[in-house]
Ligand binder design. Structure first.
Ligand code: HEC
Length: 491
């Protein structure tokens, strides 16, 4: 089982140091850019409305940046007030022009252009990027407070929340310790089968909570473990529950997960939840890192059986080719191809292909219903650089193409993982039916030119890349597709 390895094994304290160095560099660059730009602004006479903070910049920061750039948020500095933003202006221009900020992986390319856009897509338009650039180059004017957008609550909870669950007690991570994975057993006390229509995670100490995954535990396996006073147990390699699926994966900057009224995830009576929290006590301020965490989970339920059931599924992580040609796909045309999942030390641009053919039935009786892809994501570790997920349909449903790229992440970044949701109606979501094939292509760079490999190695006290195999630890790799699939509930 690799589920528990789904998200973040290790987050880069070294990356943060590197970022600070980069920030200094960018600031230096940015300042000279400002000087130049001011010179050119003076010579141009066609400026109409000056770009100001309150009128032009603040709305962008509110909608696209403040989910992380707030006091106590995961970003290293707030971007809320004029005073926050002004000294950062050149960096804002650089970080947004390079598309480093806001973080987002699902980028269209010639190789992969999904048919639909994405919901909650935080990316800035070309005009917004230009606005930040102009603001930084034209004297970072404050403008009139009267032009400011109404303030927003940067961290809204789950609308209509009906249940809030928290661990038996707080959990402390010392500022000097390394990453910790703690699993908390939460009991929603479900007397009957229940449909979840929304879920959310509210980090207690937002500065150390890196990722949270809510797993289901229908057989109550987790409650039989030896639990600490916090109601939790260590769970680095996995949550140690056989019968489990993912209810929600949360990462900073993510909204509450809300399903439309006709969609729900079924929890059978008596199901426990296991909340796996990845703590990354990286922060420079030891005092805040030391503050105990009490992360809460929020749930909302469907009043009745919904029209569609949503299940989360992980596909991939095959080490070998399976009987029917599924699993690890050996590429005989590639002279360097290997027959198992290994990324040799020094291999650059090595692609591993994995394939799954959807079975005709799941229970041996009923034919697999038409599944619609509600949400999709990829998962790799540090060596991964690119992931592409495609579908090949045996007999496409009109108007769907036979072959379709479902998701492409051309610049994989382990720090910014999420599930992406197509911006379209359920009945028009990309479908998967029996005998359709899903192919995952994961590309890796196991050289020192890959800065993430460099960091991961240095954190282990290593200097040279080693062969990377399939596994759960930091220096292992994975190739996974995360699928949230919906199917009509049988009447
Ligand atoms: C999902 C959280 C998140 C969002 C949204 C976000 N940031 Fe960031 N930002 C971070 C984190 C965390 C860092 C620290 C560097 C890192 O870990 O990548 C950062 C770093 C930065 C930096 C430092 C420069 C650099 O290259 O590292 C700038 C500038 C920045 N953000 C600007 C913005 C702007 C402008 C927006 C909105 C348009 C934005 N960010 C949206 C989380 C976020």
């Amino acid at each position: 089982m690799y589920e528990a390895g789904l998200i973040a094994k290790l987050a880069p304290s070294a990356a943060r140091r590197a970022t600070i160095a980069a920030m200094k560099f960018v600031t230096a660059l940015g300042l000279s850019a400002v000087t130049l730009a001011l010179a050119s602004a003076c010579s141009s006479s066609t400026q109409s409305q000056p770009v100001t903070f309150h009128k032009d910049v603040e709305p962008i920061l509110q909608a696209h940046c403040q989910s992380c750039h707030v006091a106590g948020g995961i970003a290293p500095f707030p971007l809320v007030t004029f005073a926050d933003a002004k000294p950062m202006a050149p960096m804002l221009a650089v970080a947004t022009a390079s598309k480093k900020m806001p973080p987002w992986g699902a980028t269209e390319s010639a190789a992969c252009a999904p048919r639909f856009g994405w919901t909650h897509d935080p990316r800035l338009s070309t005009a917004q990027i230009a606005t930040l650039d102009t603001w930084s180059k034209t004297g970072t004017l404050e403008g009139n407070l009267a032009d400011a957008p109404p303030p927003v609550d940067a961290r809204p909870g789950l609308p209509g929340v009906q249940m809030e669950l928290q661990p038996a007690g707080p959990y402390s991570v010392s500022a000097t310790s390394s990453d910790a994975f703690r699993c908390f057993v939460l009991d929603p006390k479900l007397a009957q089968d229940t449909w979840v229509s929304g879920a959310n995670v509210i980090p207690g100490n937002a500065e150390i909570v890196h990722h949270v995954i809510l797993f289901t535990d229908p057989a109550g396996e987790s409650a039989k473990k030896t639990l600490g006073a916090d109601g939790g147990y260590e769970c680095f390699g996995g949550i140690g529950v056989q019968d489990t699926s993912i209810l929600m994966a949360w990462a900073p900057g993510m909204q509450a997960q809300e399903f439309p009224p006709n969609v729900g995830t079924k929890l059978t009576a008596g199901t426990q939840l296991v909340m796996q929290v990845h703590y990354h006590p990286h922060t420079v301020a030891a005092a805040t890192s030391d503050k105990p965490d009490l992360t809460r989970a929020q749930l909302r339920f469907n009043p009745a059986t919904p029209e569609y059931a949503l299940v989360s599924l992980l596909l991939g992580n095959f080490d070998k080719t399976e009987k029917n040609g599924d699993g690890f796909v050996y590429d005989s045309s590639d002279p360097q191809a290997l027959s198992t999942f290994v990324i040799p030390a020094g291999a650059k641009d090595r692609t591993v292909t994995q394939r799954v053919t959807l079975p005709p039935t799941l229970d041996g009786k009923n034919a697999l219903p038409t599944l619609r892809i509600y949400g999709i994501g990829g998962h790799m570790h540090w060596v991964g650089t690119k992931v592409e997920i495609t579908a090949h349909r045996l007999t496409p449903l009109d108007p769907e193409p036979q072959d379709e790229c479902l998701l492409g992440i051309p610049n994989w970044d382990f720090n910014w993982q999420r599930v992406y949701h197509y911006d379209t109606d359920i009945e028009t979501l990309p479908s998967l039916r029996q005998f359709d094939q899903v192919t995952l292509k994961c590309t890796y760079d196991n050289t020192l030119q890959n800065s993430k490999v460099q960091l991961a190695l240095s954190q282990q006290g290593l200097k040279q890349p080693a062969d990377v195999k399939l596994g759960e630890t930091t220096l292992d790799e994975m190739c996974l597709g995360i699928f949230q699939l919906v199917a009509k509930v049988a009447p």
